[in-house]
Write a protein of this length. Structure first.
Length: 140
């Protein structure tokens, strides 16, 4: 893989490890920890940004059109046959969650952030490995 992709994967792995640590915490411990909710939100934001970056890199190589939004990049990859319909929907969901983290931070429910850490780390891993593999095949 190219250094641009590798650098992003390293950042992603670090963020995913933090999210995996949080996913083992009980909700009560998570809410009691004064740093865990904010750190988890930031780790999600970084992880999702990396996946979006990888998706944009791939879309620029295989897409027939330019994406209009972060969520749309996953639609472009679905249209190109690079992502399954399930991964397109998961990617769109991750982009929307990123937007909530960035723009609706004041209304973010810490319990939802904790639940997302338990449920979506494997999705981020699957998306990133699928995207990275395809980028590597294309010599990116």
């Amino acid at each position: 893989m190219g250094e641009r992709v590798n650098a992003r994967i390293r950042v992603l792995e670090s963020a995913l490890r933090r999210l995996e640590e949080v996913s083992t915490m009980s909700l009560e411990d998570f809410l009691r920890d004064r740093f865990a909710p904010a750190a988890t939100e930031r780790s999600f934001q970084v992880a999702i940004e990396v996946v979006i970056d990888l998706a944009n890199m791939l879309a620029s190589k295989v897409g027939r059109r330019s994406p209009d939004t972060y969520a749309d990049v996953f639609r472009v990859l679905g249209e190109a046959g690079s992502l399954s319909p399930r991964l397109v929907e998961e990617g769109i969901g991750m982009a929307r969650f990123r937007n909530l983290l960035v723009h609706a931070y004041a209304a973010m429910d810490p319990a939802r952030v904790h639940a997302m850490a338990r449920e979506k780390v494997s999705v981020l891993r699957e998306l990133s490995s699928t995207l990275a593999r395809q980028l590597e095949e294309l010599g990116a």
